[in-house]
Design a protein around this ligand. Structure first.
Ligand code: ARG
Length: 582
């Protein structure tokens, strides 16, 4: 809707240019905002004010001119000029009602698919495999997944890429331990069942024994140069480590499968080619034996350009080298139009540098968009990054267990008579929803405080509240035994709150395109929360089943149904499963 108003205004700007009312070459920076106070209409624009200078005219006069050029097509009921020259738009009520009917008749809820679908590569989750997945991997995994789902829903071609760290120096250590254990007759798969402990053992030996450390270094070199024994051990490690990750994805309901895995090791053979091609561009400079790229835009404190090290003096490659190879693969093989990286904001220097070098080197088409969708840290209540009570890094598997247990207790309190099997299932859904929603609802660029008490509660803007809001709407139909598909008749928006609810309902598409553009699922959370709260007031103030006429009852039931469908679909796009009862 906002787009509709903006579109009309852009057409008017063109007309004004043709009429030489404003110069041809200006690009007005105007806004169209939803108004908070409905007495000022549904939207307002400052366009006339921004044109005052170029048109050399009084903004109120310009506003009148703009209003006279607006098309009469039944969408806008009336416009008013306010204050120094703002224009307020009032939506036509019957148009609004028709939009609601149309959304309800559409399985896609009135959200049209984009006209020009893009191939969007999304790099998310991407854990380093040496350890088990921990709280630091939570945000990338679930924010990336929500954005992937949204882009997919809008009709883009989404390619998920799990850029796992499966090739770094720590693998030497892990292989050395595997080798030793096997030699001593231990069953490696048993030892690896607890990856965390396994990593700790390897690290301990590495620090304590010079012999072990030497062997570890040897093994990395052998692994990276293709020694079959090393590769076989490494493969064993990988299989177990990845199955741990997959278990977490499945429990969280995250749409990552083994097909999405394309980790650092996959680029091993490309690394020399990256060096060769960078050499050809003349960007590669030898500095103390290392091959580096220096760009003037990236300077250190001493005002000298910072190096991006591509190859160390011992021949080893770095994180950035692999990322350059990955970028090229995504561009050339996956044919990406857009590449999104859901990675900790603390890596923003790395990504800015990477994108700049890739552009300079011609590894990226000019039209390809690349964006680092950085996110903040999950904090504990001591103001430091979240840890377990014992002070160790919180494993995701343990966090999920705890959330599910707590959610089960919360639900049991509400429903003492519920049988164990149902409680188990509901506890699982509510637990996962709690963790995911708490994270997704925060602006991704800021840090947030992890608190089970706050997230596992029916009070406030929480996962359980959203699930409950959905079941409440859905249960209207079940309790009254109304077939959802039998509803028909006109939508009547007699009450202010009905109008407000309808107005929100038709904003779904607008919100989704913003989430897709900016990679910000918190906008969808805020919208759904708003929808659920507005629905609550509507339900309190407007009798539905006992409405005074059949017509009004039918109209209100349709408003309920569209609310339920948007809530369910919206939560699904966030990766949150719903329950029909709880
Ligand atoms: N494995 C890296 C880490 O844990 C994140 C990788 C993100 N993706 C990328 N293409 N660099 O920090």
């Amino acid at each position: 809707m906002k787009e509709y108003v903006s579109e009309q205004l852009l057409q008017i700007i063109n007309k004004l240019k043709k009429q030489q009312f404003i110069p041809e070459d200006i690009i007005p920076r105007f806004t169209v905002e939803r108004t908070k106070d409905k007495s000022h209409g549904d939207f307002a624009t400052n366009l006339a004010l921004t044109l005052a200078k170029p048109a050399k005219a009084n903004p109120r006069q310009i506003a009148e001119k703009i209003v006279s050029l607006l098309p009469q097509n039944g969408v806008i009921e009336k416009v008013e000029i306010a204050g120094p020259g703002f224009i307020n738009f009032f939506l036509d009520e019957s148009w609004l009602a028709r939009q609601v009917s149309a959304a309800l008749a559409d399985p896609h809820l009135g959200v049209s698919r984009v006209k020009n679908p893009q191939t969007v590569v999304i790099d998310y989750s991407s854990p380093n495999l040496a350890k088990e997945m921990h709280v630091g991997h939570l945000r990338s995994t679930i924010i990336g997944d929500a954005v992937a789902r949204t882009l997919d829903f809008l009709g883009h071609q989404v390619i998920r890429q799990n850029h796992v760290g499966d090739w770094g120096t720590q693998f030497g250590m892990l292989l050395a331990l595997m080798e030793q254990l096997r030699h001593e007759g231990h069953e490696i798969s048993m030892e690896l069942a607890d990856l965390e402990n396994f990593y700790r053992q390897a690290k301990q030996k590495f620090d304590d024994s010079a012999e072990f450390a030497t062997r570890s270094r040897q093994l990395v070199v052998e692994l990276q140069s293709g020694n079959e024994n090393c590769l076989a051990l490494w493969q064993e490690f990988l299989t177990i480590s990845l199955s741990h990750c997959q278990k977490i994805y499945d429990r969280l309901g995250v749409g990552l499968s083994p097909e999405a895995i394309y980790g650092e090791s996959a680029y091993n053979n490309d690394l020399p080619l990256v060096v060769r091609d960078l050499e050809k561009t003349g960007l590669l400079i030898e500095d103390q034996g290392a091959k580096c790229v220096f760009l003037d835009e990236f300077k250190g404190q001493d005002d000298k350009p910072l190096p991006m090290i591509i190859q160390k003096n011992d021949g080893g490659y770095l994180y950035a080298t692999t990322d350059l190879a990955a970028l090229r693969y995504r561009q050339n093989q996956l044919k990406a139009d857009r590449i999104l990286y859901f990675v900790d904001v603390r890596q923003s220097h790395h990504f800015n540098h990477l994108f700049a070098v890739a552009r300079k080197a011609g590894f990226l088409a000019a039209t390809t968009e690349v964006q680092h969708m950085g996110f903040g840290t999950v904090m504990g209540d001591d103001g430091k990054p979240f840890k377990t009570r014992s002070g160790s890094v919180a494993k995701l598997a343990d966090l999920i267990d705890e959330a599910e247990n707590r959610a089960r207790m919360l639900v049991a309190e509400k429903n003492p008579e519920m049988d164990a099997a149902e409680l188990e299932e509901i506890g699982r859904v509510v637990g996962i929803a709690s963790i995911k929603y708490a994270d997704l609802a925060k602006n991704r660029s800021s840090d947030y405080l992890f608190s089970f008490d706050n997230m596992i509660s029916f009070e406030g803007d929480t996962g359980p509240y959203m699930l409950y809001a959905y079941t409440r709407v859905a249960s209207i139909f079940r309790k009254a035994e109304i077939d959802e598909n039998s509803l028909s008749g006109e939508i009547i928006l007699g009450e202010e709150i009905e109008r407000e609810l309808a107005n929100l309902q038709i904003q779904f598409a607008e919100i989704l395109s913003r989430v897709a553009e900016r990679g910000t699922p918190h906008l969808l959370c805020a919208y759904l929360y708003d929808l659920a709260s507005t629905f609550s007031s509507f339900y309190k103030n407007c009798p539905v089943l006992s409405a005074e006429s059949e017509k009004s009852r039918n109209s209100r039931l349709q408003l309920c149904l569209l609310t339920a469908r948007i809530l369910k679909q919206g939560l699904e796009l966030l990766g949150i499963g719903t329950l029909e009862r709880m």
